[in-house]
Design a protein around this ligand. Sequence first.
Ligand SMILES: *Cc1c(COP(=O)(O)O)cnc(C)c1O
Length: 376
Amino acid sequence: MSTPKDSRPLNPASLVVSAGRPAVTPDGELNPSISLNSTFHAPNASGAGYGRYGNETWSALEEAISALEGGRTLLFGSGMAAISAVFNMLPHGAVITASKNGYSGTMSLLKKLESDGRVDVRYVDVSNTSEVLDSLPGTVLLWLESPTNPALEVADLPTIITAAKKLNCGVGVDNTFATALNQQPLSMGADISMNSVTKFLAGHSDVLLGSLSTSDGALFTRLEDQRKLGGAIAGPFEAWLALRGIRTLAIRLKQSQANALEIATRLSKHPKVSKVRYPGLPSDPHHATAKKFMKGFGAVLSFEIAGSAGDADKVCSASKLISQATSLGGVESLWERRHRWSAESPSIPENLIRLSVGIEDVEDLWADIDSALGYY
Ligand SMILES: *Cc1c(COP(=O)(O)O)cnc(C)c1O
């Protein structure tokens, strides 16, 4: 269904609506159904066979994500399950080069693998291209997050990926913040594009899921084995909900990105704000890099208030429309002081607030933010 009869490729805003639908048959379903089966008839021992190996509802969502990312996709029970499947595949003692300001879950997992003696990790500032390139010799896996969560740094993905592939390093990109609508790591040569589907793709803060997309057939099979044996599989209902969410991804992202730019612009002029991080702001140090290859700059921004951690907590508690909660990428705006969680990296300032901008009316959002900033 995702391939139209003529060969003109569909644009992403159409793909999100059309991909992953069942084949057209009279009275056939327009939407995939929720396949509630732990096993399937298998007279010839062919097909998925068992519910840990495959599921029609997963396949529909995987097809939709593949239509956006390129390659083929494997769905996992969470973003962390997807990342773990990649890291678990590495040989003992492998060197991983990773963003030093990445997602706290990824950072904690890397620290654990290091302290268990499983891997060696080189932490780099992904926005410093020469620092990343210098760390490549000997690296087995370059794990890039860009933009990073919550520092909003941007890596020069095309340059770094090309250099890494010349040296035969495996390259994985955590594409959660940008989504495939803003950047396609596989088309830049990355081996894996990973998503926390929990965030923008599902988009409604009601499911946890993760995905890995790859154009490399042999790698796909190895990752699929990781999923089969690791067993961190998705539930069919979650897959169905995420596919329903993806249908509106293009329009949600358009609205939330426009809101994010407006809010970032206003925050950067606010007397109680000392620093705003958003790659879409022309004054942002990462704007020039991002503009080279990103189609949009996402809907997450971070800012530091001209005050203490306690003041930042007061601000986040004072909002009425924006919820004080972790996570991001949903229709509703969320914010929090990141360091209230002990897992947050020490390089993130204590007074940094991360704001995931939703699709609400921007004037309502601004009124809420402006009033909350008056609480300290
Ligand atoms: C949330 C997040 C993850 C982890 O995904 P879960 O679905 O919560 O397991 C990984 N990377 C980034 C950038 C994230 O924001």
